[in-house]
Design a protein around this ligand. Sequence first.
Ligand SMILES: C[S@@+](CC[C@H](N)C(=O)[O-])C[C@H]1O[C@@H](n2cnc3c(N)ncnc32)[C@H](O)[C@@H]1O
Length: 252
Amino acid sequence: MKEDHSQPQWDEWANYYDLMDGDRQPMIRFYQSLVSDVTVSILELGSGTGLVASALADVGAPGARVAGIDESPAMVERARARDARCEWIVGDMKEPPIRGKFELIVCCYNSLQHMLSEQDLLTLFSNVRQLLAPHGVFAFDLYEPDWGHLSNKQSNRLVRSAVDDSGMRLEIREDTDFDPVSRIYSLDWRLVEEGGREILAELQYRYRQYTSTDIDRLLGNAGLQVLERYGDFKRVPPSASTKKQVVVAGWL
Ligand SMILES: C[S@@+](CC[C@H](N)C(=O)[O-])C[C@H]1O[C@@H](n2cnc3c(N)ncnc32)[C@H](O)[C@@H]1O
């Protein structure tokens, strides 16, 4: 599988991200439920094109400090064009280049899985602990590992399709691979016109798999603890059939 780390992985995908990334409304409603009109400080890690942070700014206190950090300059550029109320910062969310204390810190849409080692995730959690106000909450979601699904290697699988402004039908096709030793799932995405061969954009990314037990342990090592855990954004309890970990954490 080809990998090119000469530029942030998501740069080439930025123009297509919002069109191709499906319905994020249930996720947005969940994170908005953690905000009220007296919330004055919100930080999103891995903020992408800014859709979520901007939606959180809509329901926070008027004039609230809302910031988003992402390593992809192209994603951050789109976020800046979306919402001038927020601070948009290019940087590594593992060591967020920002000061202050935040009442709500979020890292959504599986973005924590970009931390490819336990050490990196622990560094991120420890820095979140520093940035979190004493009674603040840190909320995130990620996949609950489904080892059978992960091991089922895919080739040219249709992920989803959408129609762009010009009426062109676009498809995401993927190849996947899973290494059970490193627990890293590699996804190689290609954006193509339906039925066509020309590749309009490519994205290679890797998601490390963390069980809920791993998450509890690493949060604890960073001085954080789980306050609430769900199996989806509608707050169903986690079970053998739920595919997600949706977590609200706070200071230990
Ligand atoms: C799946 S997208 C999610 C974007 C946004 N949170 C959303 O829900 O639409 C993952 C984002 O994480 C960013 N990212 C990956 N690793 C990062 C890192 N180490 N530091 C900052 N951003 C990172 C990518 O550039 C990408 O924009």
